[in-house]
Design a protein around this ligand. Structure first.
Ligand code: GUN
Length: 306
């Protein structure tokens, strides 16, 4: 039976580290860092995520401000919101919650955020720094996953790592960070030929493709470390019957409540093959938020946290 990699517990340790750093700043008479979150419209999932981010700020002593423009805001009005936050000396970090309504250009908005306040690490300048292996603000999910894997004592040097998914938020930066640690990295995706065979080569498998239960136990190399970044809401009982065959409690919950959260990996099957697996929920989700708090502190201090 694999070990469960408790992302929530590790995230709590990261939050405590940030809280202590904020406290130390205040003891020196320095202001607490401040995160500005921009949430356009009423997307229910985004509202939940933003609530979690604001709650983490409160827990660590980071100040937070919210801008909640209506969903019909124009691009130039959104630019003005971002420009105001860029110019506000009391704001250290800016996060524009994605997805944005379809009429808005998300990339243009992300590129408008000052690189020094880009706590998501999505600005091309910060992406370029990561590409070059330089310090800078890095995407929260992969950087927090790397921290946890290192704290877990995982040796990455020379290991085969497969990243399933090629998003700019997780897949691509995750691959660069694993490469930085001298892993031999493959990025696989929905068009990869023989996806199961490619995954089966992985000593470290990171699934970030957004497809519930895609990764079966038979896709996992015995003893692999499996990081499941997917957070999928499943309502279809017939899908649940297939992907939760080794997780009767999850299937029962789906039948009872009509919905459950699950990752891209069939957790019950993975537990029988891997050496360590992150659960969903309680795995990578809390780590992402903790990574955001670290980045906000880093943006405030003007240098990377280590
Ligand atoms: N929406 C889903 N994930 C993210 C993220 O990491 N950052 C932002 N800004 N929006 C998201």
């Amino acid at each position: 039976m694999a070990q469960i990699l408790d992302g929530k517990a590790y995230a709590d340790r990261m939050l405590e580290e940030v809280r202590l750093a904020v406290e130390a700043r205040e003891a020196k008479g320095l202001a607490a860092p401040c995160l500005a979150v921009v949430l356009v419209g009423e997307d229910p999932a985004s509202q939940v995520y933003v609530k979690g981010k604001v709650a983490a700020c409160a827990k660590t002593g980071i100040r937070s401000v919210e801008r909640r423009p209506a969903s019909d805001i124009s691009q130039s009005e959104l630019n003005q919101v971002i420009d105001d936050l860029n110019g506000d000396p009391n704001v250290d970090g800016i996060l524009v919650q994605l997805p944005l309504p379809r009429h808005l250009d998300a990339k243009a908005a992300l590129h408008r955020i000052s690189p020094a306040k880009d706590v998501d690490g999505f600005h091309p300048l910060n992406q370029g720094r990561l590409f070059e292996g330089l310090p800078g603000l890095r995407p929260c999910t992969p950087s927090a996953v790397m921290r946890m894997l290192k704290a877990h004592g995982l040796m990455m040097k020379g290991q085969r790592a497969v990243v399933l998914g090629r998003s700019e938020i997780v897949g691509k930066p995750m691959a660069l960070m694993l490469l930085e640690e001298h892993a031999t990295v493959t990025i696989a995706h929905s068009r990869t030929v023989d996806l199961p065979g490619v995954c089966r080569e992985a000593d470290i498998l990171v699934a970030a493709i957004g497809r519930p239960g895609l990764v079966e136990g038979s896709w996992i190399k015995p003893g692999a470390v499996v990081v499941d970044v997917g957070i999928n809401r499943v309502t279809d009982v017939s899908l649940g019957e297939r992907i939760f065959a080794a997780e009767p409690a999850k299937l029962a919950k789906l039948r009872e409540k009509g919905h459950v959260l699950c990752g891209d990996v069939r957790f019950g099957e993975a537990m029988q093959v891997a050496s360590a697996v992150t659960p969903v929920p309680g795995g990578v989700g809390p780590l992402t938020i903790a990574g955001l708090m670290m980045n906000t502190l880093e943006a405030c201090q003007g240098k990377p946290c280590d």
